[in-house]
Design a protein around this ligand. Structure first.
Ligand code: GAR
Length: 223
């Protein structure tokens, strides 16, 4: 797991595991900020931590190369970015492609990058949400696995919208990680597959967990 800040998504994963809903072992929580509360959460849970300071590397690439070397040494098979606020070097992450996921607070492909809540409000969108996607060299551009949506309400400002979205993020990320751990979700480098089938649209988080989106019924053929 990599996290730069608060760590509420990390906490949600730890809680899901404690409830017996997440068949994974957390081997390392890393951060680019030694003061990240996410690291304190990990320590409290007895998970080894790693803090690397980007300022002590000559450039971005050198940081990423060292980071990924340490992640590999930890024995991690999967990498989860949960509020990790750095752009990763495409070359350095290449060996992990297909085994690294990220949670992003927008309905991708809308609003890659920062200030997603503000941008959804400014665009007068009717709905907003969060996405979990496979990470590629393209920022927030890898194949989207699953999304959680919520309607934007008249009283929403940036903060309120972020606050209302967060509980959905906390269900979305563990649900996706569970599917990966169970082998129900894979990416062969070209397309994600869910239960062996090509994932043509992101899974949707509903009351009963993640569900494939209904495909429109084929148009009746004319006589
Ligand atoms: C979450 O809202 C997550 O979606 C977002 O950062 C927050 C981290 O919160 N991630 C990004 O913006 C990545 N581009 P947390 O530290 O409480 O989990």
């Amino acid at each position: 797991m990599l996290a730069s800040g608060r760590g509420s998504n990390l906490a949600a994963l730890l809680e899901a595991r404690a409830r017996g809903e997440l068949p994974v072992e957390f081997v390392l929580v890393g951060s680019d900020k030694a003061s990240a509360p996410a690291l304190r959460l990990a320590e409290a849970a007895g998970i080894p931590t790693l803090a690397l300071d980007p300022r002590s590397y000559p450039d971005r690439r050198a940081f990423d190369v060292d980071l990924f070397a340490r992640l590999k040494a930890s024995g991690a098979e999967w990498l989860v970015l949960a509020g990790f606020m750095r752009v990763l070097d495409g070359e350095a992450l290449r060996p992990w492609v297909g085994r690294i996921i990220n949670i992003h607070p927008s309905l991708l492909p809308k609003y890659r990058g920062l200030h997603t809540h503000r941008r959804a409000l400014e665009a007068c969108d009717a709905e907003h949400g969060a996405s979990v996607h496979f990470v590629t060299a393209e920022l927030d551009g890898g194949p989207v696995i699953a999304q959680a949506c919520l309607p934007i309400e008249p009283g929403d400002d940036e903060e309120r919208l972020a606050q209302r979205l967060l509980p959905l993020e906390h269900r979305l990320l563990p649900a996706v990680l569970r599917l990966l751990a169970e082998g129900r979700l894979q990416w062969d480098g070209r397309a994600p597959r869910f239960d062996g089938e090509l994932l043509v649209a992101p899974l949707r988080l509903g009351d009963h967990g993640l569900q494939p989106q209904q495909r429109p019924a084929p148009a009746p053929s004319s006589p």
